[in-house]
Design a protein around this ligand. Structure first.
Ligand code: E4P
Ligand code: PEP
Ligand code: MN
Length: 513
């Protein structure tokens, strides 16, 4: 791979004697390490030994790559001060956890399990409350139980949580009643209020992102290991669902069946830790380079770089330029990486990105999150899958049925129709079924609250209902009933014709007497 032999760029970060990140001195930077003195890491590690012993790009280097969707801060020195502080903060996630998730995603890529990824479009600092986090976990756990039991697949659970505070925007400015101000770019960047003062980007918010992520992750870890995720509390996860809907009764029937199955297992002497806790991982879009680069660290055990701001990080549709700063930073870290692919993405684009981010084709390393829109998925997705899989690659294929289906309602609210979301998911399954590839997961913008942001679904929300509880800071999310309903729909598609392939009971040949 040519990259590994390329000279170091001035200002890049490399490892010091103790493995601490150092910034290369420009005078030595252009001298490649002599081959004889280079360590020869084992094959899978080679891809991550970024540019001849350099471990990850410096902020200075990234800034030369014309990074997209970055805030224009009024005070550059203040940014440097914040970045310095972030660098001294402890990691939010550990390298071993990221490796574990990569291993689980490798199973997804192989068609042995399914990824459920979901959470807010934009987390907010005000949303860091026990109730809000608990509601979100409840809906994700209930969905994963539906998928596991009705769909009969192991489910890898990843929240859009504990770091999802920055938003790329279609337009730099927003105009209301003749007043034009900078767009809101998430709590990580500026304020939501439509005032000049609020919309000025403030780098100190990056420290708030760190604190909010740490608090959310701490609570999440406590919830998922401290008894809350115990399968025996399966009934309590629907405590906050809105009763009126048939989908809740459906969930309750399923919960009763699971309880009976568990009682049977316990009676047989099978009682296992996996009934009491769940593995749950954090994820967000790695958008703000100041934050993401500052949170990138050399793991002391492997001596390789990891982004320690979240287990799984993804590159958005607007920042996936092949030679852009986001790809450059993320290709240097070991975490599992997602890449959004919108309706204009071609197989060639996907392949080029995969080659850049995952030259060694490591299982579970790369996830393509396709978001083509209900009207285009059946036409555009096949070519992308065909070209990527023809190369021998097996990425995780995930459907984001949200971002290609956004529209403005007659009353001005940005919304999405439940029927179109389901239609894109059906298109995704249809295409994969036809091509024989594995529809590996779904990526959903949702909330555990009873909001009115997407129309349709079991409660038949109309555009007129949107104003009742439209609470999102950015895109419209499925509310908890809509989310649960979607889980049943996905479970049906998963079961369809696939159960023989993944259910080990079906593969068992009984002994004849
Ligand atoms: O979440 C995704 C994007 O940030 C969002 O869809 C952009 O919305 P906009 O088109 O209103 O800027
Ligand atoms: C910005 C997002 O999506 P996309 O990059 O696909 O537009 C998102 O997932 O919030
Ligand atoms: Mn969004």
């Amino acid at each position: 791979m040519a990259d590994h032999a390329s000279p170091r760029l001035p200002g890049t970060v490399c490892r010091g004697a103790e493995g601490a990140p150092l910034v290369c001195d420009a005078s030595v930077a252009l001298t490649p390490t002599p081959a004889s003195t280079r360590q020869t890491p084992s094959r899978p590690l080679v891809a991550y030994a970024y540019s001849c012993g350099v471990s990850f790009p410096s902020l200075e280097q990234l800034r030369t790559l014309n990074p997209q969707q970055q805030p224009t801060y009024p005070d550059a020195a203040a940014v440097d001060g914040v970045v310095g502080q972030l660098r001294s903060r402890p990691p939010l996630v550990f390298a071993g956890e990221c490796d574990e998730l990569r291993g689980k995603l490798a199973n997804v890529a192989e068609g042995r399990s399914f990824l459920l990824q979901g959470g807010d479009c934009a987390e907010t600092f005000a949303g860091v409350t026990a109730q809000n986090v608990k509601n979100k976990l409840q809906v994700l756990l209930a969905m994963s139980v539906v998928l596991t039991y009705a769909g009969q697949v192991p489910v890898v659970k990843v929240g859009r949580i504990a770091g999802q505070y920055a938003k790329p925007r279609s337009k730099d400015t927003e105009t209301r009643d003749g007043v034009t101000l900078p767009s809101f770019r998430g709590d990580a960047v500026n304020g939501f209020d439509f005032t000049e003062a609020a919309r000025v980007p403030d780098p100190a918010r990056l420290l708030d992102v760190y604190n909010a992520s740490a608090a959310t992750l701490n609570l999440t870890r406590a919830f998922v290991t401290g008894g809350f995720a115990d399968l025996r509390s399966i009934h309590s996860w629907n405590a906050t669902f809105v009763r009126s809907a048939g989908v809740v009764e459906r969930y309750e029937r399923l919960a009763e069946e699971i309880e009976r199955a568990m009682a049977f297992m316990v009676a047989c002497g099978i009682e296992d830790e996996s009934m009491r806790t769940v593995d749950f991982y954090s994820s967000h879009e790695a958008l703000l380079l100041d934050y993401e680069q500052a949170m990138t660290r050399i793991d002391s055990r492997s001596q390789l770089p990891y982004n320690t701001s979240g287990h799984f990080i993804w590159i958005g549709e607007r920042t996936r330029q092949l030679t852009g700063a986001h790809v450059e930073l993320l290709r240097s870290v070991r975490n599992p990486i997602g890449v959004k692919l919108g309706p204009t993405a071609t197989g060639e684009d996907a392949l080029a990105i995969a080659d850049r981010l995952d030259p060694d084709r490591e299982p579970g390393r790369i996830t393509f999150i396709t978001r083509m829109g209900a009207g285009r998925v059946r036409e555009n997705l096949p070519r992308v899958i065909e070209e990527v899989e023809a190369s021998g690659r097996k990425p995780v294929w995930v459907c984001d049925p949200m971002h290609g289906n956004t529209f403005e309602a007659a009353n001005g609210y940005k919304t999405r129709a439940f029927s179109q979301i389901v239609d894109e998911i059906n298109g995704f399954f249809d295409v994969h079924d036809r091509l024989g590839s594995w529809p590996g997961g779904v990526h959903i913008e949702l909330t555990g609250d009873d909001v009115t942001e997407c129309v349709g679904g079991v409660n038949e929300l109309t555009e007129a209902d949107l104003e009742n509880r439209y609470e999102t800071a950015c895109d419209p999310r499925l509310n908890r009933n809509q989310s649960l309903e979607l889980a049943f729909t996905v479970a049906e598609r998963l079961t369809d014709g696939r159960i023989n392939r993944i259910n080990p009971v079906q593969e068992f040949t009984p002994v004849e007497f």
